[in-house]
Ligand binder design. Structure first.
Ligand code: ADP
Ligand code: MG
Length: 248
């Protein structure tokens, strides 16, 4: 391990243009994220959380600024290098799980390995091992529609681990889950952190802070202090608190 942060974000800016209107999703932010940290970025709806995570994961390009991962600047990678970076370095977990509905759990989890030309036997074996890790081996042959939200998210986490990435990015991973399943998912992410991975979660779920080693606060595309966030969030939640919406 080195003293250089695993991730260095410098003056990161993302502006979306819709017709004549410009939306400043990220207003030029600087963040250092240490290796082996569990970093939680808190922010209300619309604060730029997904934008930040997508840029970090190489799923979108910044308007300006730099993102260095392992001292490699990802904003200057070409599409091939970026695809390789995503495949080898990043495990992405989404609020809405993003499992493929036509495939059973086992195939969903093993699917990313298909792109690396790995045989079906090997894919199934690796997927089964990971399903065991997340406590889902008894659901291997179920389709996503036959799983609860919490179970779908466990499967999605197994899928995110299939290429053994050092960096896990999770976008509101508990946002669509009931309280208990959400807690289970946080525990699972915490286990991944303890097993040596760097985990970054963006969320507005304050329970996530029980697991974090580092916390940042995002408001309107800017990093703010905890005090400023708490003051603003208490007003915002009254207006935008999403309904508890557990998937069956
Ligand atoms: P969060 O994930 O915190 O809810 P987002 O990163 O999704 O916030 O969005 C931040 C801001 O950028 C919002 O105002 C949102 O409407 C805007 N935004 C996000 N994605 C796009 C897009 N593809 N086109 C236009 N505006 C966008
Ligand atoms: Mg979002």
């Amino acid at each position: 391990m080195t003293n250089i942060p695993l991730i260095q974000i410098q003056q990161l800016r993302k502006v979306f243009t819709m017709g004549k209107q410009k939306v400043i999703a990220l207003a030029g932010i600087d963040i250092d994220i240490p290796e082996n940290s569990f970093t939680v970025i808190m922010g209300p709806s619309g604060s730029g959380k997904s934008t930040l995570l997508y840029l970090l994961g190489g799923l979108d390009r910044p308007t300006s600024g730099r993102i260095m991962v392992n001292q490699q600047s990802i904003e200057s990678m070409d599409e091939n290098a970026l695809a390789q970076f995503r495949r080898n370095s990043i495990g992405f977990i989404f609020q809405s799980f993003n499992l493929l509905p036509s495939m059973d759990t086992l195939r969903n989890v093993g699917f990313p390995l298909w792109f690396s030309g790995i045989s079906k036997t090997q894919r199934d074996k690796r997927a089964m091992d990971l399903l065991r890790t997340v406590g889902m081996d008894n659901r291997a042959l179920h389709k996503p529609t036959e799983l609860s939200g919490g179970q779908q998210q466990r499967a999605a986490i197994a899928r995110a681990l299939v290429n053994n990435p050092p960096l896990i990015l999770a976008d509101e991973p508990t946002g669509n889950l009931d309280t208990t399943s959400g807690l289970g998912i946080m525990q699972l992410l915490s286990d991944l952190h303890r097993s040596g991975r760097t985990v970054i979660v963006v969320t507005h779920d304050p329970r996530m802070l029980h697991f974090s080693t580092h916390t940042l606060y995002l408001l309107d595309g800017r990093l703010v202090s905890e005090a400023e966030y708490t003051a603003a969030a208490s007003m915002i939640t009254q207006v935008t608190q999403p309904e508890e919406n557990p998937t069956p």
